[in-house]
Design a protein around this ligand. Structure first.
Ligand SMILES: NC(=O)c1ccc[n+]([C@@H]2O[C@H](COP(=O)([O-])OP(=O)(O)OC[C@H]3O[C@@H](n4cnc5c(N)ncnc54)[C@H](O)[C@@H]3O)[C@@H](O)[C@H]2O)c1
Length: 365
């Protein structure tokens, strides 16, 4: 394949020309953020499934369409969104970067550190920028939680408790083909809750409190139907270089209904400080009707009732940031390839610690 020069950045005088490979479930949250924007032009759409290409071709009639990634990479564009299943991130992202396109890649960056290093090397060799899409860092209630922590309102942070309960009912229908690669990944030791979802929580923890020095995971599998298991109950414990102690508790509540128009599940993040706490009460699901963020100190609770606290808001914020990055208005791609590698180091160490039954020390980098 001919290697083009990546488009020089910043792109200031015209819309960013974007192509997308992988138009499955998550495209409903990512690709929707481009609809109606004048600063981005969707010029290419690619999926092996023609029905999925057709779904988005109707929304972006000017885009060229194909089932063949190699064909799409012969077209002119600036950035390619890679929204294929995680097991394919290594091969697909490496190919797209090598072909000379800036890449926005879904989380987790890859299934292993070896594949991550191949992706990073391909970006370095072609000079293309790599951005990992991590919507949690742009979800307004989590952004507010960070603002409260950074303001000193709850004192010095000492701990964080994160909770993820896989509720059995509620949320949108996810096709069997999407579950299929997740179940295969689970057999490979990378379960849907600890690996695929725990990535979000570890990314948030790193963003809030910086490097981690030690991590331990106690993981289990629960069979939900014969031959198919989810990786819960699982508990991850870690400590940041700044002394903040963290727990991520992952549980299954198969008979619980939790209202959501997207993914469901009871998710909470509570940061305890020396003077009080700040809590984010929901992320993926509407859950129960309570303010999405609450702050407690000095005998009083302050609650935020007017945040944009529906799941798509994080994807909208991520797109805003990505386009600002390609226009040269912000310096960091968030998440950068290097930052994403640090998250994966934490995650892989957690999985390894579960195997050997003791904590893993990290260099803190
Ligand atoms: N940020 C989030 O909250 C979030 C949520 C869901 C999924 N994700 C991530 O998004 C990625 C995709 O997940 P999904 O749920 O949309 O999966 P999916 O299985 O629903 O969709 C993937 C699509 O990629 C297509 N595809 C695969 N290989 C291809 C190739 N070589 N060429 C062209 N098309 C190809 C498939 O046909 C399918 O339509 C995963 O990495 C997942 O972890 C992130």
């Amino acid at each position: 394949m001919t290697t083009r020069m990546p488009t020089p950045l910043p792109i200031r005088d015209r819309p960013v020309r974007l192509m997308i490979v992988g138009l499955g479930q998550v495209s409903e949250l990512v690709v929707t953020t481009y609809v109606g924007r004048e600063d981005v032009e969707i010029v290419g759409l690619c999926d092996r499934d023609p029905a999925r290409v057709q779904r988005w071709a109707e929304v972006f009639p000017k885009a060229r369409t194909t089932a063949d990634l190699d064909e799409m990479l012969t077209w002119e564009a600036d950035v390619v969104d890679v929204l294929v299943p995680t097991p394919a991130h290594g091969t697909v992202a490496t190919k797209v970067l090598t072909a000379g396109f800036h890449v926005q890649l879904q989380k987790p960056i890859a299934r292993s550190l070896e594949e991550t290093d191949e992706i990073l090397a391909a970006a370095a060799a072609s000079g293309a920028q790599l951005r990992i899409l991590e919507d949690y860092l742009f979800f307004p209630p989590i952004v507010k939680l960070k603002e409260v922590v950074d303001s000193g309102e709850i004192g010095r942070p000492v701990g964080v408790h994160m909770k993820l309960v896989g509720t059995g009912a509620g949320g949108w229908d996810v096709p069997m083909s999407t579950w299929q690669w997740q179940f295969e990944q689970t057999k490979d030791g990378r379960g849907m809750l600890v690996f695929d979802h725990g990535w979000h929580q570890l990314a948030v923890a790193r963003w809030l409190f910086g490097p981690v020095t030690k991590i331990f995971a106690w993981t289990s599998l629960t069979e939900i139907v014969p031959g198919i298991a989810l990786d819960a109950p699982s508990t991850l414990v870690w400590e940041h270089e700044n002394g903040v102690r963290a727990v991520l508790e992952i549980l299954l509540a198969p008979e619980t209904y939790f209202r959501s128009d997207w993914y469901t599940g009871d998710e909470r993040i509570e940061v305890t400080g020396t003077k009080g706490y700040v809590r984010c009460n929901r992320i993926s699901a509407f859950g129960v009707q309570e303010p999405s963020v609450e702050v407690y100190h000095d005998g009083e609770i302050r609650a935020f009732h007017a945040l944009d606290d529906l799941l798509p808001a994080g994807f909208v914020g991520s797109t805003e940031h990505g386009l600002a990055f390609f226009r040269g208005e912000v310096d960091e791609p968030v998440l950068s390839g290097a930052a994403s590698r640090e998250v994966l180091v934490m995650l892989m160490a957690a999985l390894e610690s579960a195997q050997i039954g003791r904590p893993i020390e990290l260099s803190g980098g």
